[in-house]
Design a protein around this ligand. Structure first.
Ligand code: 13P
Length: 255
């Protein structure tokens, strides 16, 4: 049985006061939640304040990126040990905005996954195809290439710390959600790849979130699918009531 995992990726949104208010609202309603795993991922500058606001609760904090080195002359970058130091447990890696807007390739993402694991951070590894790739029938090739590249050198033992997130690029911030059948199909492909690379048992216990225009209205449908183990939520994680609706949906369909 896999525990569902719902995480909010705030991206470059909310100021410090808004982030703390949101964290406090979530803590008040879900601070003791055990049925579903929860995390929020604020911008770097607010990580500590949000982690402090959530201290003593079951809600984890994640960063949206990190650099591969642990310290040194890398102006503007943030190291994994710094993230741990401010109370982070998770780090989102390979997000499509990092891949396509900020130019990160598979090699960099793989290096970040390996370093995050080395530092003791839990990666939320994102992958997904672009619209033109889906339309050209390349989805399976694209996601399998991304998965193999990102997990190169990651051991089976380390995989216990890795969450996967399928985020079709065409569904991110567009209001155009993948249908539950489309999500389930790709999640099944990813699980099959993990079974081939590692083992059926490891594939069975790996959490695979879906991300891309998840809202309270579609969350139940998506998360009720057998291979969809929660959600990585962008826009709808910025408002306490919308995010709470998604968390409640996860609780209701807990597998
Ligand atoms: P939206 O929920 O805003 O589509 O964003 C999804 C996402 O990119 C989460 O990482």
């Amino acid at each position: 049985m896999r525990q569902l995992f719902v995480a909010g990726n705030w991206k470059m949104n909310l100021n410090g006061r808004q982030g703390i208010e949101l964290a406090e609202a979530l803590k008040a309603e879900f601070g003791d939640l055990e049925a579903v795993r929860l995390a929020v991922c604020p911008p770097f500058v607010y990580l500590k304040a949000v982690a402090d606001a959530l201290a003593g609760s079951a809600i984890g904090v994640g960063a949206q990126n990190m650099y591969t080195e642990s310290e040194g002359a890398y102006t503007g970058e943030v190291a994994g040990p710094m993230l741990l130091d401010v109370g982070c447990r998770y780090v989102i890696l390979g997000h499509s905005e990092r891949r396509h807007v900020l130019g990160e390739g598979d090699g960099v993402i793989n290096a970040k996954v390996l370093r995050a694991l080395e530092f003791g951070l839990k990666p939320i590894l994102c992958l997904g195809e672009r619209l033109e790739q889906r339309e050209a029938g390349e989805t399976e090739d694209v996601v399998s290439g991304q998965l193999r590249a990102a997990l190169e050198g990651v051991s089976a033992a380390q995989m216990a710390e890795v969450t996967m997130a399928y985020e079709p690029v065409w569904a991110i911030g567009t209001g155009r959600t993948a249908t539950r059948e489309q999500a389930e199909e790709v999640h099944g492909i990813l699980r099959g790849l993990l079974a081939g690379i590692y083992s059926a048992e490891l594939a069975e216990r790996t959490i695979i979130q879906y991300g891309g225009s998840v809202k309270p209205e579609n969350a139940t449908d998506l998360m009720a699918m057998p291979n969809v183990d929660g959600a990585l939520v962008g826009g709808a994680s910025l408002k306490a009531d919308a995010f709470a609706g998604i968390i409640r949906a996860a609780c209701a369909v807990s597998k």
